[in-house]
Design a binder for this molecule. Structure first.
Ligand code: FE2
Length: 293
């Protein structure tokens, strides 16, 4: 019960054109521009869209959309939120039409304090995903969009909320330098959510990064070259993570937070053992100097 996957993310972005350049040229996503608005949906698989960019004065995450498996589970999860004195607002027909889902509830997540939605029944298009560059696509089937990582003010409160209310389980922990990260899963993707303790310069509620997982290492490699050639800041060079074994690199988005472009993560199985690691990488992921946004 609870959340079955990370379904969609909407972002408020001040540099829409730069974002579209990044999303199409590097990540190869398909653009679905809405008529009569500055809102752009981006497609990466059979779903109508997974990412939405709202042209805005500010850069911030607008919404995190969590998918649940049935209408009954959606109602049950909404009631669980109400039982915790969290206000849940049913999505209007207009909002559901924008999100391309059958039904949703909006709420303000109380620990990260991010606007969130739980939903049921995403629209799947009968036309194939048409990537903006020659990529093999994204690993999303049964796993969702990818993963999202936040800095939070109270790590234990966030763990409690996502495990006790939203149906997540802990995958593992990594502590290194002045970072303390906790990784959580809601399906067999190693982590759909990870959290880090907030610190000076890393405010609570801020987005650390979003990860998209390619179906081939070549997609990531070509994407790395394209990003470098375009002068997009590479924040972590290619490397392999210690816990999920993802091979990836990290770049800085026009909004300041990072995106990870990865391939080949291992999955959580029935016999998963929770471990603690003292480094986030097996090799690589060497850092580059922070570039001002
Ligand atoms: Fe990541």
């Amino acid at each position: 019960m609870g959340v079955s996957s990370l379904g969609y993310i909407a972002l408020n972005v001040s540099k829409l054109d730069e974002w579209l350049d990044l999303m199409t040229k590097v990540f190869g996503l398909e653009v679905r521009r809405r008529h009569d608005s500055d809102v752009v949906d981006l497609r990466m698989d059979e779903h109508h869209h997974r990412l939405t960019l709202n042209s805005s004065e500010i850069d911030a995450i607008a919404t995190v959309g969590w998918e649940v498996g049935s209408m009954a589970e959606l109602e049950a999860l909404a009631q669980t939120l109400r039982d915790r004195q969290i206000e849940v607002v049913p999505g209007s027909p207009g909002l559901c039409a924008e999100r391309k889902v059958k039904a949703l509830y909006q709420f303000r997540e109380p620990t990260i304090e991010v606007e969130s939605e739980i939903y049921y029944g995403p629209l799947v298009s009968n036309t194939p995903f048409a990537p903006s560059r020659g990529i093999s696509g994204y690993t999303t089937d049964g796993l969702g969009l990818g993963h999202v990582v936040f800095w939070v003010k109270d790590v234990q409160a966030t763990i409690d909320f996502y495990t006790q209310v939203m149906g997540f389980k802990i995958s593992d922990y990594i502590a290194w330098d002045d970072n303390d990260a906790v990784f959580l899963h809601c399906n067999s993707r190693h982590h759909t959510l990870a959290i880090l303790a907030a610190a000076p310069g890393r405010p609570a509620g801020a987005l650390n990064h979003i990860m998209l997982e390619a179906k081939s290492m070549d997609d990531v490699g070509y994407g790395y070259d394209i990003a470098r050639d375009k002068g997009i800041p590479i924040m972590l060079e290619p490397g392999k993570h210690s816990n999920d074994h993802m091979q990836s690199f990290y770049l800085q988005t026009p909004s300041g937070f990072w995106m990870e472009y990865g391939f080949g993560a291992r999955l959580i199985g029935e016999d998963w053992e929770i471990k603690s690691y003292d480094q986030p990488m097996l090799w690589g992921h060497r850092g580059n100097r922070m570039v001002a946004k």
